[in-house]
Design a protein around this ligand. Structure first.
Ligand code: NI
Length: 430
C-alpha cells in the first residue's frame, strides 16, 4: 500500500532545483544501503578524465529520474486523464528510482571483461535478500517482481515500461540534462518543462501532442550532440580502454595463478566470475581505484604499467580512420610485437555507432519503444513521419574507426613499423 510521509522530504538538486519525496516507500528505498552505494558510483564512469566536472554519481541521476517520473505522473493526475492507470503510480516511481541500482564500478569497461550486465544485477538486488527487497515487499509482496519486470521491460503495460525506458523516457530526460550540466557543455539542454506539458497517456501508450513536436526534435538533437561530444569522446574511450585492459590483464594473470601482492575478497569473486551480493556491494569505485593504486606496484610489468597509466592519466593516443581491414590490422599487430609491445594489451581498434533516434518501421523487432505523436484527428503517427529533422537524424549512424595505442612507446621503437603503418597511426605528424 502507498503510504504518505507525515511531512514531504526535499532534496536540493542542481538540475531539477528540488526533488520531492512524498511516499514512505520511496523514502525508505533511498535510505537502503544498496541505494546509498550509488553515491560511490560515478554516473559517467571515466568521463571525469576528459570533463573534470563529470564527478556526479548514479545516486543523483537515480533521484533525478524518479523526479522526472513523479512530475510526469503528477501532470497526468492533475489533468485526470482516463488512460492513465493510476494504480501503477508507486510501481512507476519505485522502478524509476531503482532502474540503475545494479550498476557496478566503471560498468562499461568492467562489464565487457567479465560478461556481467548491470540489468541482471538490478534484478538480483531487487529480488534477492536485500534491504531494497524488504522495503518493496513491505509495501506490497508483489512489488519486487513487478519492479524487476518493469526494469527488464517484460511488464505487461507498455505505458509503465515506456515511462522508464523508451526513446522519450524519464531516464534519458534526466541524464542528458544532468550530464550536460556536470560536464559543462551546452549541447544537452532542451526544454524539459515543455516536454512534460505535451506528453500524455493515450490508449496504453505515452504520446506527444502534435504541437510539442519541436520540443522533441530539440531533445533528440541534444541526444545526438551528447553522444558525439561527450559519451563517445575519444579521450574518454581511451581511459575506458586502459581500464578494460587492466582487468583483462588481471584476469589472465589470475587464470595463470600469478601471485598478486594485492587481491582481496570481492576482487577474487570478480576475477572468478562468482560474486555474491555482498561482494558486489563492497566493490565500489573507491575500491577499484584503491586496487589500481596497489596494482601499479605489482611485479607484472604490463599490469603495473597499465595501472600507472590510468592513475596518472597517461592514456593511449588515437588515430581516426575511415576504414580498417584485416590485413592492416594484422600488419599493425605484427609491427607492435616486433617492437616488443604486446598488442593484446596495447592496441585497440574501436568502432562506434549510435542512432539518435531509431525510426520505427512496422514489423520491426522493436529495440526501443518509438515516439508517438497524437495528431489533430486524435490518431497516432510515429514522429519521424511528421518531422523532417527527426527523419534525417534518424539515419545518422556516424560510425568511425579509431586505433588506440601508446604513442610514446611506438615512437621510441623506430624501426619496427613500416612507413605506411607510421602514416596510418599519424606518428610522423606529431
Ligand atoms: Ni539511468
Amino acid at each position: 500500500m502507498a503510504r504518505l510521509l507525515m511531512e514531504e522530504k526535499v532534496f536540493k538538486d542542481p538540475v531539477h532545483k528540488y526533488i520531492y519525496v512524498q511516499d514512505e516507500t520511496i523514502w525508505n528505498l533511498i535510505n537502503t544501503k544498496e541505494f546509498q552505494r550509488l553515491r560511490r558510483i560515478r554516473q559517467l564512469g571515466t568521463s571525469f578524465m576528459t570533463f573534470h566536472g563529470a564527478e556526479h554519481s548514479r545516486f543523483s541521476h537515480s533521484l533525478g529520474v524518479y523526479e522526472v517520473a513523479r512530475r510526469i505522473i503528477s501532470q497526468f493526475e492533475r489533468n485526470r486523464y482516463d488512460d492513465w492507470p493510476s494504480e501503477e503510480r508507486l510501481l512507476c516511481l519505485c522502478s524509476a528510482l531503482l532502474h540503475d541500482i545494479g550498476h557496478g564500478p566503471f560498468s562499461h569497461s568492467v562489464e565487457k571483461v567479465f560478461g556481467t550486465h548491470h540489468e541482471d544485477w538490478t534484478c538480483r538486488l531487487v529480488l534477492g535478500d536485500t534491504e531494497v527487497n524488504r522495503v518493496l515487499t513491505e509495501a506490497d509482496p508483489e512489488l519486487p517482481q513487478k519492479v524487476s519486470d518493469v526494469i527488464c521491460k517484460s511488464y505487461g503495460k507498455e505505458i509503465v515500461v515506456g515511462l522508464i525506458s523508451s526513446q522519450l523516457d524519464a531516464d534519458r530526460m534526466d541524464y542528458l540534462l544532468r550530464d550536460a550540466y556536470y560536464t559543462g557543455v551546452h549541447y544537452g539542454t532542451f526544454d524539459l518543462e515543455r516536454i512534460l506539458r505535451v506528453i500524455r497517456p493515450h490508449k496504453g501508450h505515452i504520446v506527444v501532442k502534435e504541437s510539442g513536436m519541436h520540443a522533441v526534435e530539440d531533445y533528440l538533437m541534444s541526444r545526438y550532440q551528447m553522444y558525439w561530444q561527450v559519451y563517445f569522446h575519444p579521450v574518454t574511450r581511451s581511459s575506458e580502454i586502459v581500464l578494460r585492459k587492466i582487468f583483462e590483464r588481471a584476469k589472465r594473470l589470475h587464470t595463470d595463478r600469478y601471485a598478486f601482492q594485492f587481491l582481496m575478497g570481492p576482487l577474487v569473486g570478480l576475477l572468478d566470475n562468482e560474486m555474491t551480493i555482498e561482494d558486489y556491494l563492497t566493490l565500489d569505485e573507491s575500491y577499484v581505484q584503491m586496487t589500481i593504486m596497489q596494482w601499479s606496484k605489482e611485479r607484472d610489468p604490463i599490469l603495473s604499467d597499465l595501472c600507472a597509466r590510468f592513475l596518472n592519466r597517461r592514456l593511449f593516443k588515437y588515430a581516426a580512420l575511415d576504414d580498417i581491414n584485416e590485413a592492416m590490422e594484422h600488419e599493425l599487430r605484427a609491427g607492435l610485437l616486433a617492437c616488443g609491445i604486446d598488442p593484446e594489451y596495447y592496441l585497440e581498434i574501436d568502432y562506434l555507432t549510435e542512432l539518435p533516434y531509431d525510426v520505427y518501421r512496422a514489423g520491426d523487432e522493436e529495440e526501443s519503444l518509438p515516439i508517438w505523436l497524437l495528431d489533430g484527428r486524435n490518431e497516432l503517427v510515429e514522429i519521424s513521419r511528421k518531422s523532417d529533422i527527426i527523419r534525417s537524424i534518424g539515419s545518422i549512424h556516424g560510425g568511425k574507426h579509431h586505433i588506440y595505442f601508446p604513442a610514446e612507446l611506438v615512437r621510441n621503437a623506430e624501426s619496427c613499423l613500416s612507413p605506411e603503418m607510421r602514416r596510418l597511426l599519424g606518428l610522423d605528424e606529431r
